[in-house]
Design a protein around this ligand. Sequence first.
Ligand code: ZN
Length: 89
Amino acid sequence: MREPEHVDANVLAGPLSEILSVDLTTAERHCAVCGAEGVFAELHVVADGPGWVASCPRCRTLVLRLVRTADSLWLDLGGSGTVRIRTGP
Ligand SMILES: [Zn+2]
Protein backbone atom coordinates (compact mmCIF):
# COMPACT_ATOMS: atom_id res chain seq x y z
CA MET A 1 0.00 0.00 0.00
CA ARG A 2 1.32 3.40 -0.92
CA GLU A 3 1.92 5.89 1.89
CA PRO A 4 -0.01 9.15 1.52
CA GLU A 5 2.19 12.11 0.67
CA HIS A 6 2.74 14.50 3.52
CA VAL A 7 4.34 17.82 4.36
CA ASP A 8 5.77 18.89 7.70
CA ALA A 9 3.57 20.46 10.34
CA ASN A 10 4.72 23.98 9.55
CA VAL A 11 1.74 24.04 7.19
CA LEU A 12 -0.46 24.13 10.33
CA ALA A 13 1.04 27.37 11.65
CA GLY A 14 -1.62 29.57 10.03
CA PRO A 15 -4.71 27.51 10.92
CA LEU A 16 -3.48 26.81 14.47
CA SER A 17 -2.71 30.46 15.13
CA GLU A 18 -6.31 31.21 14.19
CA ILE A 19 -7.65 28.60 16.63
CA LEU A 20 -5.34 29.42 19.51
CA SER A 21 -6.19 33.12 19.39
CA VAL A 22 -9.90 32.66 20.09
CA ASP A 23 -11.80 32.16 23.32
CA LEU A 24 -12.36 28.39 23.37
CA THR A 25 -15.01 28.62 26.10
CA THR A 26 -17.56 29.58 23.46
CA ALA A 27 -16.55 26.78 21.05
CA GLU A 28 -19.02 23.97 20.48
CA ARG A 29 -17.87 20.52 21.53
CA HIS A 30 -18.87 16.94 20.82
CA CYS A 31 -17.77 14.31 23.34
CA ALA A 32 -15.92 11.41 21.69
CA VAL A 33 -17.14 8.99 24.37
CA CYS A 34 -20.81 9.75 25.15
CA GLY A 35 -21.73 12.02 22.25
CA ALA A 36 -22.72 14.94 24.48
CA GLU A 37 -22.83 18.25 22.67
CA GLY A 38 -22.51 21.69 24.19
CA VAL A 39 -20.06 24.50 24.60
CA PHE A 40 -16.61 24.27 26.14
CA ALA A 41 -17.67 26.46 29.09
CA GLU A 42 -19.98 23.66 30.30
CA LEU A 43 -17.05 21.32 31.07
CA HIS A 44 -16.47 20.47 34.73
CA VAL A 45 -13.09 21.81 35.82
CA VAL A 46 -11.00 20.79 38.83
CA ALA A 47 -8.26 23.22 39.74
CA ASP A 48 -6.74 21.80 42.93
CA GLY A 49 -3.43 20.65 41.44
CA PRO A 50 -0.67 22.33 39.48
CA GLY A 51 -3.13 23.11 36.72
CA TRP A 52 -6.65 22.54 35.49
CA VAL A 53 -8.39 19.29 34.52
CA ALA A 54 -11.64 19.50 32.56
CA SER A 55 -14.07 16.66 32.02
CA CYS A 56 -17.30 16.01 30.18
CA PRO A 57 -20.27 16.98 32.38
CA ARG A 58 -22.22 13.91 31.25
CA CYS A 59 -19.75 11.00 31.25
CA ARG A 60 -16.83 12.51 33.23
CA THR A 61 -14.29 11.63 30.51
CA LEU A 62 -11.14 13.71 30.76
CA VAL A 63 -11.25 16.31 28.03
CA LEU A 64 -8.42 18.70 28.74
CA ARG A 65 -5.43 19.15 31.03
CA LEU A 66 -3.68 22.50 31.23
CA VAL A 67 -0.64 23.08 33.41
CA ARG A 68 1.35 26.27 33.78
CA THR A 69 4.98 26.02 34.86
CA ALA A 70 7.53 28.78 35.32
CA ASP A 71 8.38 28.90 31.63
CA SER A 72 5.74 26.87 29.81
CA LEU A 73 2.10 26.10 29.31
CA TRP A 74 1.33 22.41 28.81
CA LEU A 75 -1.90 21.52 27.02
CA ASP A 76 -3.31 18.02 26.61
CA LEU A 77 -6.43 17.81 24.47
CA GLY A 78 -6.17 14.06 24.15
CA GLY A 79 -9.75 13.23 25.08
CA SER A 80 -11.62 16.24 23.85
CA GLY A 81 -13.55 14.75 20.98
CA THR A 82 -14.38 17.40 18.45
CA VAL A 83 -14.34 21.16 18.95
CA ARG A 84 -16.08 23.48 16.50
CA ILE A 85 -14.91 27.08 16.41
CA ARG A 86 -17.20 29.17 14.28
CA THR A 87 -15.38 31.53 11.96
CA GLY A 88 -18.41 33.04 10.28
CA PRO A 89 -22.13 33.68 10.73
ZN1 ZN B 1 -19.01 12.63 27.48
